[in-house]
Design a protein around this ligand. Structure first.
Ligand code: 5BU
Length: 458
């Protein structure tokens, strides 16, 4: 089947529609694509399989899959035509890594071609690939029937996948206007609409970034440091002794004030004086996680009165993004890092949770400077970072000079892995604190981290 004919047929069966459609987001779109009914048109199905087989010729893969529901019957027809094994993921998510999420047989490490009907944001494609990868299947190439975004390649490319699309939105518009199925005014409307969506996605404009984010980035440049020391000790004497040796090297000091056994009213003024003198920021890793009203009191009252002295705090979004209002409502000059992923073994954060945290950050740049996150290796971190709202930072704990684990489930990446993957700052605790010469070790961390950072951003 010719491409023109194929596109016209899609229009005729109503798989490609123009008019007014209210989307999930509430926006009104001038066009709507829905390929679900295609399976009921054998001739069209035949055409699409033929075009897909042609498109994937030359790609290397061991098995193939279609993303349920729409693309699964299409993928099974393609599998039959090229005589390659088919597998598929359950649509409903079982726990990760149980081995029961993939249906069909494959060798561990098998390379899988992913077929889907449409691409818009690429999220469902990336999610499928990540779920397949969690089950020991490798994904490199993905094929879609329609690239509705016109830049699917770029979106998936950032996450390390190659996208092949049969037809793009522009091509559909060109063919349908040529055949007089739609007029130029409609084509223009559709283009305007998709360009508008693209702009929405360009996300946070520099002027909306939290001023503290900008300040932190300026201090990084001024001190040539992206090292955050996590000063986890239980008394003030050790605390300030270590700080004396390391303050020159760090851009920010991360505290857990509640582990100090001798915390008293002298602590904060002294800490602030160090921060001023040595030019670093203060970051209390409080991990707020309760309802809005409670976190507000935990942040502003009690013994620690964190809001008075910590420029940044960490927040778990398990209670919902509304706790950001509880924390920061009516307060100026404070910001947070949201926990998007954790470094501890078997933690319960999954992809869907991470995605929602990133989305919450995108919507609240005035009180969110970025995210805390980790990954299993450089590629994994790159994929995670690719989803960040523009301008937001990734701070990464679980970092040492050598990779490894501790005996309580902490997992370490090396400085270079962390930063090459996309960490903007590294958070180091015991790697420095437990070393013999804390000052010299902090210097090594700073130099290695800064070198890797400069290399990455250039
Ligand atoms: P370490 O000594 O370098 O392992 O200390 C790491 C610090 O970062 C420690 O204070 C943790 O509470 C903190 N941390 C972490 O290790 N992993 C995480 O996912 C998060 C915080 Br969130």
């Amino acid at each position: 089947m010719k491409r023109e004919e194929f596109i016209e047929k899609l229009f005729e069966i109503g798989a490609v529609k123009f008019g007014k459609f209210t989307l999930k987001s509430g926006k009104v779109s001038p066009f709507y694509f829905d390929l679900r009914d295609m399976i009921s048109y054998p001739e069209l199905l035949d055409g699409i399989v033929e075009l897909l087989v042609e498109k994937i010729r030359g790609l290397e893969f061991d098995v193939l899959t279609g993303i349920p529901y729409t693309a699964l019957p299409i993928a099974s027809l393609v599998a039959d035509r090229i005589k390659k094994p088919l597998i598929y993921m359950r649509k409903e998510e079982k726990a990760y890594g149980t081995g029961n999420n993939v249906i069909g047989k494959y060798q561990p490490g098998a390379v899988c071609l992913v077929i889907d009907d449409l691409i818009t944001t690429g999220e469902s494609k990336i999610e499928t690939a990540e779920r397949l990868e969690a089950e020991g299947v490798k994904v490199k190439d993905m094929v879609v029937v329609i690239d509705r975004s016109n830049n699917g390649n770029e979106i998936l490319g950032r996450s390390g996948y190659d996208l092949h699309s049969l037809i793009t939105l522009d091509e559909i518009l060109a063919i349908l206007t040529k055949g007089k199925y739609i007029d130029d005014a409609m084509a223009l409307k559709v283009k305007d609409f998709t360009n508008g969506l693209a702009e929405d996605k360009t996300e946070i404009k520099a002027e909306n970034l939290n001023p503290l984010t900008i300040k932190l980035q300026e201090t990084m440049k001024r001190k040539q440091s992206n090292l955050i020391l996590s000063l986890d000790v239980t008394n003030q004497k050790d605390f300030f002794e270590i700080l004396d040796k390391t303050a020159f090297e760090i851009v920010m000091l991360k505290t857990h004030a509640d582990i100090l056994e001798d915390y008293d009213q002298s602590f904060v003024p002294k800490l602030k004086e160090y921060a001023r003198k040595y030019d670093f920021h203060i970051f209390e890793d409080r991990k707020f996680a309760d309802i809005g009203n409670t976190v507000r009191m935990q942040y502003r009252s009690g013994i620690y009165k964190i809001a008075e002295w910590a420029e940044f705090v960490t927040v778990h979004l398990v209670a919902g993004a509304a706790i950001l209002d509880g924390l920061f409502g009516g307060i100026e000059g404070r910001s947070s890092f949201l926990l998007a992923r954790m470094s501890s073994k078997d933690n319960l954060i999954n992809e869907a949770y991470t995605r929602k945290v990133l989305e919450a950050g995108r919507k609240n740049p005035e009180v969110v400077s970025g995210f805390i996150g980790h990954g299993k290796d450089k590629t994994d971190i790159q994929r995670f970072k690719a989803k960040f709202p523009a301008g937001m930072m990734l701070l990464m704990p679980g970092v040492k000079l050598e990779s490894g684990t501790d005996n309580l489930g902490q997992q370490y990446l090396t400085v270079e892995e962390a930063i090459a993957g996309g960490a903007d700052c590294i958070i180091v605790g015991r790697g420095i604190i437990k070393s013999e010469d804390q000052g010299a070790t902090a210097k090594i961390y700073r130099e290695r981290a800064w070198k890797a950072y400069i290399y990455r951003i250039n």
